[in-house]
Design a protein around this ligand. Sequence first.
Ligand code: C5P
Length: 231
Amino acid sequence: MTESLEAVPVIAIDGPSASGKGTIAERVAAALGFHYLDSGALYRLVALAALRRGIDLDQEVALAELAKQLDVLFGGGQIMLSGHDVTDDIRSEICSVGASRVAVWPDVRLALLTRQRAFCEPPGLVAEGRDMGTVVFPHAVLKVFLTASAEARAERRYKQLKEKGIDANIRTLLQELHERDERDSARSAAPLRKAADAREIDSTVLGIDEVVRQVLEWHRQIVVRVAGSDR
Ligand code: C5P
């Protein structure tokens, strides 16, 4: 059963595409023994399911219904949709673009809200996405807004694709990132933005290891402060 949202500590990590959120959130979660939520995967799953069923990505009502009924299982590094492993399928560029298109619809976002909050289980959760600190977990004990230059993000995505043996063009990737950033920031429902109480960190200069260390240090300081005020 899901515990009271306030009782379980949440670390919210938001930021634009390919800023390193996934890797950082996973490593912070592993270090603390917390659960991990990749909220972008849910939007990608809605896009994939819609594409497979021939549902137009402009059909808000049908997409919201699909989002409510998604038969999804996360576990052991795998993502299953209706019993099939779609871990790699949802990372395709078509799903990246599709996810950012389905994510503009308020009813789709609402349909995914309960699912996301259900990840909030003891001993804690590290949740990453675009609206973790602003909408889904506004009570998060620590909110991080992770940025990186568009060039650095395109370069990272390029390397990831190359490692998987997927052909990619860095200029096309950069163009797609700009378009996705624009759509994610300009939409009216839960746009990508830094929460007022979030701490900002730039992974262009720092690198992933240093960002992970910084997030863990911020969390440690919060734990020490809370323990001190309880005495
Ligand atoms: O994080 P990721 O790149 O996998 O997310 C895919 C898309 O899903 C994003 O471009 C964004 O449009 C959408 N998304 C969102 N809110 C979230 C997570 C992802 O709108 N919390």
